[in-house]
Design a protein around this ligand. Structure first.
Ligand SMILES: [Zn+2]
Length: 124
């Protein structure tokens, strides 16, 4: 199913995580129901290689759907790095990057090729 929206509470949580982890990065997987991102799955450690993202995907219980990933760029632009693009291409269709100053609009969503894509914010 196509991801078209994110629950506002999840987005707020991601921005909050960015703020509280600052200046460190974090990365999580995003779970969805009916095309809406509703869940955050923390992954141990602060960095994730494309290998560990792939392993994580394989551990997701049947019936759960992974929308993609979210991580933060504590400093620097909200554009994916080469390493990010590798992870994007292997783990879902919707990848969020949040960044300083972690305000309502301090985030962007990318598709698995690394192109910015729209994502509606909804209240569940
Ligand atoms: Zn990144």
């Amino acid at each position: 199913m196509l991801v078209h929206a994110i629950d506002r509470e999840v987005l707020d949580l991601l921005l909050e995580m960015g703020k509280s982890n600052f200046p460190d990065e974090f990365i999580v997987m995003l779970g969805m129901e009916k095309g809406v991102i509703t869940t955050v799955y923390p992954i141990a450690g602060t960095t994730v290689t494309s290998d560990s993202a792939t392993i994580f995907m394989e551990m997701i219980p049947l019936g759960m759907q992974i929308a993609g990933t979210a991580h933060c760029h504590p400093r620097g632009a909200l554009w994916p790095s080469d390493a990010d693009l590798q992870i994007f291409s292997e783990s879902g269709q919707c990848h969020i990057i949040v960044g300083d100053p972690f305000e309502v609009d301090s985030w962007r969503c990318f598709d698995r090729e690394g192109y910015e894509r729209p994502l509606e914010v909804v209240t569940a």
